[in-house]
Design a protein around this ligand. Structure first.
Ligand code: AMP
Length: 281
């Protein structure tokens, strides 16, 4: 497995794979890898002859008051996680390698990025779409793998490749959870022992919603109320948002329908966690 820090070297490697007719799967990450990331690598490995993992904590997608400086980083640990999954190449660029001093081009997906996290994190998806486009152009994969954990990101990227005719197949992968249901996340490492216990309330609220839906409830207002109750009962938790939207358009739905996305963001202490589920009949 190679660890490469420059764009030129990635291009050379990709060219030689392409010359051999080998297919390439891309898994973009911010590192501090866990089994969620590894499930994406496993899918990429299954579908492609070569797998590239990128590890880049992208400054452009962090707001001025967000956790860019404290975001967890551990390349040695990440190397092992990638090696375990049979990854061929890690691209681990510096911010200077990705953004030169005169950098001035951006990719914006409108509409979809006004909803959910986009409302709470202005500029976030502009940063995501710009860096993902760059990573696509640098690695030129056949397929790229994204987790449903970041459901809005998945919807936005799918829109972007369709709108801009980017010839890459986007594969969405299911959420990987801890044994108590907490969605795996690099940011879980911020949680104290007490906060880690409190963090289960996100999944509990999802379970509550699913139970009501199973019993026939279709009113989004009624389901939201019950979810809010679950989270408000946890003293360390503070709701940022809970919403039901159509997964394709991300516009709000009042009555549950096929492919409704229920997405939530909740502060546990200072740590902002997200989770979601998509409703299918
Ligand atoms: P991140 O490093 O947090 O930017 O995540 C990189 C990719 O891994 C994104 O496509 C995420 O959606 C995906 N991912 C993160 N956590 C999980 C998880 N628990 N289950 C599935 N995919 C995940």
């Amino acid at each position: 497995m190679k660890v490469i820090t420059t764009i030129d070297e990635v291009r050379d490697q990709v060219k030689s794979w392409r010359n051999n007719g080998e297919s390439i799967g891309l898994v973009p990450t911010m590192g501090y890898l866990h089994e969620g990331h590894q499930s994406l690598m496993a899918s990429a490995k299954k579908d492609n002859q070569r797998v590239i993992v990128t590890i880049f904590v992208n400054p452009m997608q962090f707001g001025p008051k967000e956790d860019l400086a404290s975001y967890p980083r551990d390349l040695e640990r990440d190397k092992k996680a990638c090696q375990q999954m049979g990854v061929d190449l890690i691209f681990w660029p510096s911010a200077d390698e990705m953004y030169d001093a005169n950098f001035n081009s951006y990719v914006n997906v409108n509409g979809l990025t006004d909803a959910l996290c986009g409302k709470k994190r202005p500029g976030h998806f502009k940063g995501v779409c710009t860096v993902v486009t760059k990573l696509f152009n640098i690695t030129q994969p056949d397929r790229a793998y994204f987790g449903q954990k970041d459901a809005q990101q998945l919807a936005v990227i799918q829109r972007m490749v369709q709108d801009l005719n980017i010839p890459i197949e986007i594969i969405g992968c299911p959420i990987v959870r801890e044994s108590d249901g907490l969605a795996k996340s690099s940011r879980n490492s911020y949680l104290s022992e007490q906060e880690r216990l409190a963090a289960i309330c996100l999944y509990r609220s999802i379970e509550q919603a699913k139970q009501m839906i199973k019993a026939g409830e279709k009113s989004v207002a009624t389901i939201l109320k019950a979810m809010q109750n679950v989270i408000n009962n946890e003293p360390l938790a503070k709701i940022d948002y809970i919403e039901f939207v159509d997964f394709a358009t991300l516009t709000n739905v009042d009555v549950l329908k096929q492919d409704s996305l229920c997405a939530l963001a909740v502060y546990i202490g200072k740590t902002r966690l997200i989770d979601n589920f998509i409703y299918h009949h």
